[in-house]
Design a protein around this ligand. Structure first.
Ligand code: ZN
Length: 435
């Protein structure tokens, strides 16, 4: 999940004071980026710092070579995003958690092949007064400098109109490296099945990624990495049988917007969508433990489910995507339109999964819940979201980082998949492509 801290901040304008504590405490590690193999030729970002006050704040990023970039504001919550060609981030651990002046915090990471991003969370509306890259001079390395000035909401909102449109973001397309404009995401999207491959498609969806760390324990253990490890192990296990075609929404530390995840499942005519997450509770909200399986509902089954769905649905705000500019094809689909059959299958899989998982892992005291998770909204794809456990709970965390726990639990999920499809085939005959 996106931690409570983000959740607070992302509630919008009322944000600020109460969230500050949580924010620095739980949420925003400057995201370490999993180091991809071929980083040797990438520009290197070696340090970053903030200066100034609540009227004017300056961000400086030390580089080893000048880069092109594009900076733009996003509202609700107030953010500034800087996109540039892929950079190897070698910043001090924990950087970005403590803000200064107009910048509450910042995160960074990969948002697409060839494209990196820094997302700044602001304390209020601010104007980009200056954004430039300086050549090395006077013993200083090349630097990216971003200067923000306090402004009012009306001016801020007006600046969005032109600045936030994706087609006006030239930085990544202008890369010296192989050009990877916004469509790169599509190029890297999973391909269609080979002709004649009628195996059911299972989409495995590791939550978060890139600048969106998800929840975390300390500055080291991040949800985005735990769930990716689990999802990759699950893919390998399920693929072994040869009975299914597996499609991953991400297989590295890249940010993928929620709607894109849903779109992948729909485009692949998936027979099952499994989203993998891990939860956390702040210490003062007590202790919770065990795995929980969620399905889609327009009414949350309880307050915790509602809180969690709201937090998970903020992933796009955390990763820096401006929802208002995203295609609304899926976002606009009302939950009511989800086909009844899809829901029946989702609930059936959730029950089978619970039965299998409880043999290998500790379950939450109420292990089956439902709420309005955006990532579960494909109307024609049975979908569940699994919270593997709580990184805030010592014993759960011990499981989450344990290879033997992972292997056993992956095995139980794979069993559930087999049981689900065995029943489906028996009642419906062989799967057929939906298109
Ligand atoms: Zn999550």
């Amino acid at each position: 999940m996106a931690s409570r801290a983000n959740h607070h901040v992302l509630l919008g304008c009322a944000l600020l004071c109460a969230a500050a504590f949580f924010y620095s405490r739980f949420a925003l590690g400057g995201a370490g980026e999993g180091q991809p193999a071929a980083t040797s030729n990438l520009p290197v970002a070696s340090d970053a710092r903030l200066a100034g006050d609540g009227k004017q704040t300056r961000f400086i990023l030390d580089l080893d070579q000048p880069i092109s970039f594009h900076a733009f504001p996003l509202a609700d919550p107030y953010r500034v995003v800087v996109d540039f060609p892929q950079v190897s981030f070698r910043l001090p651990p924990g950087i970005g958690t403590a803000g200064r002046g107009l910048i509450r915090a910042f995160r960074y990471g990969l948002v697409m092949p060839g494209g990196s991003r820094i997302v700044f969370d602001l304390t209020g509306p601010a104007r980009i007064a200056n954004a430039s890259v300086l050549e090395a001079a006077n013993g200083q390395p090349p630097r990216l400098v971003l200067e923000l000035e306090e402004t009012d909401r009306a001016s801020f909102v007006q600046s969005l109109a032109t600045e936030s449109r994706p087609e006006l973001r030239p930085a990544i397309g202008a890369a010296k490296e192989p050009a990877t404009p916004v469509v790169a995401k599509v190029e890297s999207a999973p391909g269609p099945a080979a002709p004649g491959d009628l195996r059911p498609v299972i989409v495995i969806d590791p939550g978060h990624g890139g600048p969106d760390n998800g929840t975390q324990s300390g500055s080291e253990i991040m949800e985005k990495n735990l769930v990716l490890d689990f999802a990759l192990a699950l893919r390998d296990r399920i693929e072994k049988s040869g009975k299914y075609r597996i499609v991953m929404t991400r297989n590295d530390d890249t940010f993928v917007p929620l709607d894109e995840r849903v779109r992948i499942a729909r485009n692949q005519s998936a027979a099952l969508f499994v989203s993998i997450h891990a939860d956390a509770l702040p210490r003062r909200e007590g202790d919770a433990q065990g795995a929980t399986i969620y399905t889609l509902s327009d009414r949350a089954s309880d307050a915790e489910a509602e809180r969690l769905a709201e937090a998970e649905n903020k992933a796009d705000a955390i990763g820096g995507v401006n929802l208002t500019e995203e295609p609304t094809e899926v976002a606009d689909i009302l939950i009511d339109l989800a086909q009844r059959e899809t829901r029946t299958f989702s609930n059936r899989f959730a029950r089978i999964l619970m039965g299998e998982m409880k043999t290998t892992t500790r379950m939450h005291k109420h292990p089956l819940k439902s709420a309005g998770f955006r990532v579960l909204k494909a109307p024609d794809v049975p979908s569940v979201l699994v919270e593997l456990g709580y990184v805030s709970n010592k014993e759960d965390l011990g499981h989450l980082v344990s290879e033997s726990w992972r292997s056993r639990t992956v095995g139980s999920v794979a069993h559930a998949v087999d049981a689900f499809f065995a029943k489906r085939m028996a009642t419906a005959g062989p799967a057929e492509p939906k298109k």
